[in-house]
Design a protein around this ligand. Structure first.
Ligand SMILES: [Zn+2]
Length: 1051
């Protein structure tokens, strides 16, 4: 047997108590130590200081603890003798029996029924009418010829009599794009613009029932709702009843689709939909996403699962738009790559032109369309850059102006199959003042009245909502309204994604996949904490319901903390937040909200008390834990108990790291059995420099893998890299620091690691010597500091001998894997893709997977090579409206795991690919670390048996996305019900399932929970609809890749 099984904690339980009788270990992550604050920046921006101070505060807490440590060092020294006499050093041979009660033995083979392998092994057959985006990329030349007035398109012509039989129907959709933070903070935008838009909306829509408006950001809408009186609320409800106001999408924000994880995408959609249902009784039908920088099929899937019928997207590569426009395939059923039927289809409209502003929405010629943006009338604050201003519509000019506009509508209509044309009418933060409402609505109404009263024009023009448009479209094309059945529709089916977006020339938006990585990492950590708190909270409520204890549990207060946390997490999914594309002070505002968002953690503490403690010791119960980045627990003198919470649904063997104040430590289980521990120094400074050069090689399976670092500069052209764009100065240059690195090697029974410190990076490779999932992969941590640089981006490059050629794979939103092709016909920056949770390379024998704990941009520029941009420092704006560079870099710890798996799959060119089970579970471990809490409670008073609400692990392929208590109809507290959200992952069986350390099996998608559930109803993703079929109580069965939601009542 391979060494003894060594490590610290964890069986199948949700909780486990470990008693530390002295102490151990450090965490390998580094704090963001702001050693060299850039004073000028601090002076320039007071708000930055606030966030930095908060982070500094966390640091000070650490420092204070170090002082305490020094004070007690003497007493610890005295303890040393007795410890040494009492117990010898912990040796592996003494430990195996002590671990039995903590660790189930991992089976040698994972049990996988052959049916469970069929899904990933299915052969791909492309339907005749199917458009596969990988093929489109193959086919297009990506040239960029001048298309005339429609610069990125072509000349459009039509015959006058084309609409004689069937008139053109024009639906003009007024909209106002409200970013929850970008150039201003959420609150500042609300104060200066959003509240006025909404207030005027109530008045102006009531003035004329033909007027319409759509709204999509519930974060703003709910804030406004809380500030208006009952009369205004009634007026809003009336507008919704009449169909004048439509809530489109209904998410908390319009999320980014590249960096976001599906947990957070679902969470913010659910929060918005639940708010709408409670306050307005509204169920959104159509999704509206005009501004996210590229579009993901994951979002389409989630909309479909939530019960939406239609969606609209805008930011798609101009060459793809042009191609689809020539084919008239800008409207299609978006289908998931893995779906060989049609169950995931959702009707999607892709806007054809450059932008969602008025100049690019009425038709192909922005010079003309701008004249129909009446906010730009002469004398106003904005004008038309094409230098022909709009004219107020009068009886004198209406004929000429109507013909001009109709010409644009007709031309636009030629790009679509139906004779219905959609013309969005709005822009960022539009309709703020009453005058603007009048300008737009009055002038357009005159144009419509003219057109509609001239039958020879064969046009019917009107204001409409986005669902009005789809309703008409479905009607004229013979589809049913809900969209389950595409019937005789003329629309093709499309599969694949819309990354990487370019809006013009070689301006690819791949920079934001990495911009402000500190916050991308923070986002992921807080997602994990929120999920952990949500689950525990729901279980606690159930526990209280069953046993009535404790009676003083602050259920409502804790629920409000959770609600705040959900909303702040939701806000950060916005397409200028997690993307790293806001102004410095807006970034600080999000960061400050996130610090506040650590609030759900007390929920966990309260829950622990409730679940773990028996007897009347509540007053003595003091769970103490220190939250920092990373989260650590300090153990001080003598005797401490540590409660460990495993937030995932599988039994698990993982290492926890805890700061302790003496190296003389013993770790015992609650039953008093020893647990192996490793003590490692906390390194503050490097005392010795090594002259050896770095050489990292792993020689496990007759291959070598090299990790090194490279720099990208920015081009010398006029347009340079910024927060959005990546415009490098050619290929990367090798990172060669001026002074040799310091190399530190740590060896121990639990893990061994090599830490190499360069000027800009501290790079740690760690191997766990444990017979669990953690022992299967190399852990990589890069702490990056490029604050002193000028226009530089730093990347980690992993080079292997895997013959991957130009193929590689990146995930989308942690939900699915999208095959990629590196294409020489595209510029370097176009070959970077978002990597949310993993990227891999493979050939017929092996697969090399890089799992990531934060979203970053990744590429495979050469066969066998995988590259990840880790941080970017850019000294200029990239002309997308932000008006600044990215110079607020922080020291950022990026975490990864590298997994090499022998593979026996055959080559296939299917547009889908799946991770192995081991890779899935490793990713879950990486993103959901154990949560540890130190307590001063006498261990005798703690429940000695690990608490586990699950009698066994979930199947390996089933992930508990969330168990989220639903808000009560009134009062802001919890209801008796919770949303149970499960995801069955697709996995590839072509990998060895031998000795993976997995403590689970697969079960054909069946889940048996032993949770006591009194009601159980399958519902749509965001709880808007109940399933018509009511399966038997607790019989849960999921199809591969499926996400299912159940409304349950625990207890
Ligand atoms: Zn936006």
């Amino acid at each position: 047997m391979k060494i003894s099984r060594q490590f610290t904690v964890f069986g199948s339980a949700i909780f486990c108590v470990v008693v530390f009788s002295l102490y151990l270990m450090l965490d390998h992550l580094q704090l963001d130590r702001i050693k060299n604050p850039i004073n000028e920046e601090r002076l320039q921006n007071g708000q930055l200081v606030i966030l930095q101070d908060k982070i500094d505060h966390l640091e000070r807490l650490l420092a204070e603890n170090n002082k305490i440590i020094a004070n007690i060092r003497d007493s610890v020294t005295n303890l040393r003798k007795s410890v040494n006499n009492d117990k010898g050093p912990l040796e592996a041979k003494n430990l195996s029996q002590g671990l039995v009660d903590l660790l189930p033995f991992a089976p040698i083979w994972v049990l996988i029924p052959s049916e469970d392998c069929q899904f990933s092994a299915q052969t791909y057959s492309k339907a005749a009418d199917e458009v596969q985006m990988l093929d489109v990329y193959d086919m297009l030349s990506f040239d960029n010829p001048d298309g005339g007035v429609w610069k990125q398109g072509f000349d459009i012509s039509y015959e006058e009599n084309e609409w004689d039989q069937e008139p053109l129907q024009v639906v003009v959709v007024p909209h106002s794009h409200n970013d929850p933070g970008w150039l201003k903070t959420f609150d500042d935008y609300y104060r200066d613009q959003t509240q006025h838009i909404l207030n005027n909306m109530v008045v102006k829509l009531h003035e004329d029932e033909r007027r319409k408006m759509i709204w999509s950001e519930i974060s703003y809408f709910s804030k406004w709702w809380n500030n208006i009186d009952i009369q205004k609320k009634d007026a809003v409800k009336k507008l919704i009843e009449r169909g004048q106001l439509e809530m489109a999408t209904g998410g908390w924000v319009m999320p980014d689709e590249a960096n976001t994880h599906y947990f957070a995408l679902i969470d913010q959609l659910l929060e918005g939909h639940q708010w709408l249902e409670r306050n307005l009784g509204v169920k959104p039908k159509t999704a509206w996403a005009v501004d996210p920088f590229g579009h993901s099929p994951t979002q389409a899937y989630l909309f479909k699962q939530a019960g939406l019928s239609n969606m609209l997207i805008q930011r798609v590569h101009y060459s793809i738009k042009k191609h689809f426009a020539t084919q008239k395939t800008l409207e299609f059923f978006w289908r998931q790559n893995w779906d060989q039927e049609s169950s995931t289809d959702i009707l999607c409209h892709m806007m054809p032109f450059y932008s969602y502003d008025v100049p690019h929405t009425c038709g192909p010629d922005p010079k003309i369309c701008c004249q129909f943006d009446f906010k730009r009338l002469p004398g106003g604050r904005i004008s038309c850059p094409w230098r022909i201003p709009p004219q107020v519509i009068t009886s004198d000019n209406v004929q000429q102006r109507a013909h001009m506009l109709l010409d644009q509508y007709r031309k636009k209509s030629k790009l679509f199959m139906s004779k219905v044309v959609l013309a969005p009418l709005g822009d960022d933060f539009r309709y703020t003042d009453a005058q603007e409402w009048d300008q737009q609505f009055n002038n357009y109404q005159k144009l419509f009245d003219y057109m509609n009263s001239h039958p020879e024009l064969n046009v019917q023009a009107q204001f409409g909502t986005i669902s009005d448009y789809f309703e008409i479209l479905r009607k004229v094309t013979g589809m049913d309204q809900a969209g389950m059945n595409k019937g005789v529709s003329p629309f093709p089916v499309l599969s694949g994604d819309f990354f990487t977006y370019a809006d013009r020339d070689d301006h690819y938006w791949s920079g934001y996949f990495t911009s402000r990585p500190f916050y991308k990492r923070m986002d992921r950590m807080l997602e994990s904490h929120l999920r952990a708190a949500e689950i525990l909270y729901s279980l606690t409520l159930a526990n209280i319901k069953m046993f009535g204890k404790p009676s003083n549990y602050p259920a409502v207060e804790n629920y409000k903390l959770l609600t705040e946390a959900r909303r702040n997490l939701g806000l950060f999914q916005h397409h200028d937040a997690i993307t790293g594309t806001g102004k410095d002070w807006v970034v600080v505002d999000y960061g400050t909200r996130y610090i506040a968002f650590l609030l759900p953690l007390p929920v966990v503490v309260h829950c622990c008390r409730t679940i773990l403690v028996s007897g009347d010791i509540e007053n003595e119960w003091q769970l103490r834990f220190l939250v920092s980045f990373p989260m650590n627990v300090f153990i001080m003198p003598s005797f401490r108990s540590v409660v460990v919470y495993n937030p995932i649904e599988q039994a698990r063997s993982s290492v926890i790291s805890i700061y302790v104040t003496t190296p003389h430590i013993r770790v015992l289980t609650a039953q008093g059995r020893p647990v192996i521990a490793q003590i490692t120094a906390v390194w503050e400074h490097f005392t010795q420099a090594s002259t050896e050069t770095l050489k990292l090689k792993e020689n496990g399976l007759k291959h070598s893998i090299k990790v090194d670092f490279v720099w990208y500069g920015t081009t010398s052209n006029k347009d340079k890299s910024g927060a959005y764009l990546f415009l490098p100065d050619g290929e990367a240059k090798k990172y060669s620091p001026s002074r040799p690195p310091v190399i530190r090697v740590t060896k121990g029974p639990v893990f061994s690691e090599v830490t190499t410190t360069f000027t800009h990076i501290t790079h740690t490779l760690r191997l766990y010597n444990i017979q669990g999932v953690d022992g299967q992969a190399v852990e990589i941590c890069n702490t990056v500091d490029i604050r002193g640089e000028f226009n530089q981006e730093i990347a980690m490059r992993i080079t292997s001998d895997i013959n991957s050629m130009n193929r590689f794979f990146t995930d989308l939103n942690g939900f699915q894997v999208q095959p990629r092709r590196t294409m020489s016909k595209l510029p370097l920056q176009a070959n970077f893709y978002p990597m949310t949770s993993m990227a891999y390379l493979e050939d017929s024998n092996r697969r090399l997977t890089l799992l990531t704990a934060q979203s970053l941009g990744a590429a495979s520029l050469k066969s066998g090579q995988l590259e990840v941009i880790m941080d970017r420092r850019l000294n200029q704006d990239d002309n997308r409206g932000l008006g600044q560079g990215v110079l607020d870099n922080k020291i950022t710890a990026n975490s990864f795991r590298l997994l090499l798996e022998p593979r026996n799959s055959r080559e296939n060119n299917a547009p889908f690919s799946y991770p192995s089970l081991l890779s899935h579970i490793s990713c879950t471990y990486l993103n959901h670390p154990l949560i540890q809490m130190a307590t001063s409670v006498d261990p005798a008073l703690l429940t000695p048996v690990p608490h586990s609400p699950l009698t066994s692990s979930f199947p390996c392929d089933i992930h508990l996305v969330n168990l989220r208590t639903i808000q009560s109809q009134v009062g802001g507290g919890p209801s008796e019900q919770a949303a149970l959200i499960l995801h069955r992952k697709g996995f590839d069986c072509g990998f060895s399932s031998r000795n993976t350390g997995l403590l689970c099996s697969t079960t054909r998608g069946k889940v048996l929970t032993k949770l006591k559930v009194s009601t159980f109803t399958p519902v749509s993703l965001s709880l808007m609809y109940e399933s018509s079929s009511t399966p038997k109580h607790q019989e849960i069965s999921l199809k591969p890749m499926e996400i299912c939601t159940y409304r349950i009542q625990l207890g």
